[in-house]
Design a protein around this ligand. Structure first.
Ligand code: NIG
Ligand code: FE
Length: 410
């Protein structure tokens, strides 16, 4: 008879506070003087330190973390990033401070199209190295799962190269990386939008399916970018190629992207700054996860989305970074802080949105982003006595250590 011994991977003990996060529907519970035990990558016990260590003696564990004076929360699930790109746009940040708008910069050939030029010129190894370095920064700020979109290639070859960099990064890095194809991120220079949509549908999507890396298909449904009809065409074709839809919806103007997200059964509708009360009701009824990206409002110095309207309607919301060359922050703690100050989420609401909400936006509900018995042991040890310090002690990195599947990876 084969006997498999389960391994005590880690014991995190004597924490001032462990946040027990069951899922969005249940409020957070805090356990003081607490410990977490991990076996085979999953949490097997959360509770008072004396009880947990009696059953799971730290000396038997591969990793022991003394969390005295610190707190433990689930790893962040950053469900919306454009983290694979080349080039630098810090000068555009300055131009925006001088009053230029995002659209004006784009119209002058800056913005997304500038990053497209740099990304096409970058080698495979350069794309991978840059992405890995962003993942290092994310991990050091507590992110344990991240979604990364393509969309700075806008041609089949470069879109596939970006997705391949995402695949290699996922293999090499402790952070789990989820790939989204976003060939419809912008209309390439000198191209007609309808004509380009046909290329995405007939050439890019079949190649993306054959490559087998992407799980989601996203589109920038926005005035001057892709219309609702063009977006629908891309997302429906994406479904035929096995990709779950996501939508950049109602960011600058109200166009109908939220309604489209419901129509195509999207996993999420993201941005939503211009969403109406009808959008709120429709998205909530269809259980499409609203993803809020307060970093974008911060960098563009615009009003924040009305996340409260969604919470009041009973939505399970997500908060993510939108990390990209325009919104240049890889930090989920910063996104949580902005969710609080900009959208008036409570620290507990913001933390749940940044963890379990992110898992929902990636269709991974049922454990990821929670901290409870049976959940994956993706844990963040904060150098602070409570999770409230994430938004409270803003501008510094509150992360002391990160466990991924019970392994101490930072
Ligand atoms: O989500 N809105 C479209 N895409 C990104 C911005 C990408 C860029 O500026 O490079 C976003 O904000
Ligand atoms: Fe985005």
């Amino acid at each position: 008879m084969e006997v498999t011994m389960s391994e005590l991977t880690a014991v995190v003990h004597d924490a001032a506070e462990v946040v027990v996060a069951e899922g969005t529907q249940t409020p957070l519970q805090r356990v003081e003087d607490a410990a977490v035990a991990v076996e085979d990558g999953r949490v097997v016990a959360v509770g008072p330190t004396d009880e947990v260590v009696r059953e799971y003696p730290p000396e038997n564990a591969r990793y022991t973390v003394d969390a005295s004076g610190r707190s433990v929360v689930p790893g962040f699930v950053d469900s919306h990033t454009h983290a694979c790109f080349a080039g630098d746009r810090s000068d555009e940040f300055e131009a925006k401070l001088r009053g230029k708008t995002y659209q004006e910069i784009m119209a002058e050939g800056g913005g997304i199209l500038r990053t497209v030029r740099a990304t096409r010129e970058a080698s495979d190894d350069e794309l991978l190295a840059d992405l890995l370095s962003h993942l290092d920064t994310m991990l050091s700020h507590g992110t344990t799962t991240v979604e990364v979109k393509s969309g700075y290639g806008l041609d089949t070859e470069t879109e596939l190269r970006m997705l391949d960099a995402v695949r290699r990064a996922d293999e090499q890095h402790p952070v789990d990386v989820v790939a989204t194809f976003m060939g419809a991120h912008a209309v390439p220079e000198g191209r007609d939008a309808d004509d380009y949509v046909e290329e995405v549908v007939s050439e890019q999507l079949p190649a993306v399916e054959t490559q087998g890396v992407a799980e989601f298909c996203d589109v920038f449904c926005e005035e001057g970018v892709f219309s609702v009809d063009q977006s629908r065409r891309v997302l429906e074709a994406g479904i035929e190629h096995g990709l779950t839809p996501k939508v950049h919806a109602e960011e600058f103007v109200h166009l109908g992207g939220a309604k489209l997200a419901v129509e195509v059964g999207a996993a999420s509708a993201d941005h939503l700054l211009q969403a109406t009360e009808t959008d709120v009701q429709t998205l909530v009824a269809a259980d499409v996860t609203p993803v809020f990206l307060p970093g974008t409002a911060f960098t563009l110095d615009t009003e924040y989305a009305d996340a409260r309207a969604f919470l009041d309607a009973g939505a399970h919301v997500a908060v993510a970074t939108d990390f990209n060359p325009n919104c240049y922050s890889q930090s989920m703690p910063f996104a949580v802080a902005l969710a609080c100050t900009g959208m008036k989420l409570t620290p507990a609401e913001a933390l749940v949105a940044a963890t379990e909400g992110g898992a929902r936006a990636l269709n991974r509900e049922g454990g990821l982003g929670t901290l409870r018995e049976g959940a994956p042991a993706d844990l963040v040890v904060l150098d602070a006595p409570s999770y409230r310090h994430i938004p409270y002690n803003v501008g510094v990195n509150p992360v002391a250590a990160v466990l991924k599947g019970g392994d101490v990876v930072h």
